[in-house]
Design a protein around this ligand. Structure first.
Ligand SMILES: Nc1nc2c(c(=O)[nH]1)N[C@H]1C(S)=C(S)[C@@H](COP(=O)(O)O)O[C@H]1N2
Ligand SMILES: [Mo]
Length: 244
């Protein structure tokens, strides 16, 4: 029943209507139920448990920034000065109901808070409390099409002249601890940590946690996207699946 309440709230927000006559609500809900069952089975068989969550007393006093610490454009500075009121997270690609979500839209969705440890390949870790909607809620609102296999994250920053981006599979996309965070330790995200939005994908290493999020794209393949390896660091030799 609780889940139903969630969906009613989310559905109201995502109201976009059916784009095709064949997409009757009954057909869609049946399709979505079977999709969810498949993913649940996949997670169960794959042992997709939750990563450890920590106590408030274990939160790092300072969560350092790494890689880009800001977005070096006048547009970002202007948006930041306006409290990111004009920031939009678009959800496009293989979805039946493309979305353009404001921070306010995202904050009105059911929220998850989690105190987790971030591990960077460069050899440092930090514990922080992240808050935001689960990515699954957003994807359910956008209604993934059956061909979607990966979720690509577009970022506002460039690192050494290339746009940062990342990608994950649907197993991680629907993991309960995968959230689009707008807050760290109960405050809006600091600039260095990806303000106003960043991905948390807790079963993987730091470079997968894309900051300064502007877009989410559902795709069938990672071929042809930037360097074709599914991420900024992956295009430079890092592993695509960066399991901890
Ligand atoms: N957009 C963007 N996301 C990014 C990066 C970046 O440079 N740009 N760096 C990655 C790396 S290597 C790490 S360890 C984490 C660092 O997150 P933090 O700055 O909040 O510590 O962000 C990741 N996400
Ligand atoms: Mo990192």
């Amino acid at each position: 029943m609780e889940r139903r309440g969630f969906m009613v709230g989310a559905a109201a927000l995502f109201l976009g209507g059916c784009s095709k006559v064949a997409d009757t609500p009954a057909a869609q809900s049946l399709f979505r139920a079977s999709e969810r069952w498949n993913r649940a089975a996949h997670r169960f068989l794959g042992g997709g448990g939750l990563v450890k969550e920590y106590d408030r007393s274990e939160i790092s006093p300072f969560f350092r920034g790494n890689g880009s610490q800001t977005v070096d454009t006048p547009a970002y500075a202007a948006s930041r000065a306006a409290g990111f009121a004009d920031w939009r997270l678009t959800v496009t690609g293989l979805v039946a109901n493309p979305l353009s979500l404001s921070l306010d839209n995202l904050k009105r969705l059911p929220q998850r808070s989690q105190i987790t440890r971030h591990d960077c390949v460069e050899g440092w870790s930090a514990i922080g409390e992240w808050t935001g909607p689960q990515l699954s809620t957003i994807l359910d609102g956008a209604q993934l099409l059956p061909d979607a296999q990966f979720i690509v994250f577009r970022c506002a920053d460039t690192l050494n002249g290339s746009r940062y981006y990342e990608s994950i599979d649907l197993d991680d996309a629907y993991h309960p601890q995968t959230i689009v965070a707008h807050a760290l330790n109960g405050e809006p995200l600091p600039e260095r940590n990806g303000a106003p939005l960043r991905l948390r994908v807790e079963r993987q290493l730091g470079y997968k946690h894309a900051k300064y999020l502007t877009g989410i794209e559902a795709v069938a393949s990672l071929e042809g996207i930037e360097g074709g390896n599914g991420g900024y660091w992956e295009d430079r030799g890092y592993h695509w699946y960066a399991g901890i």
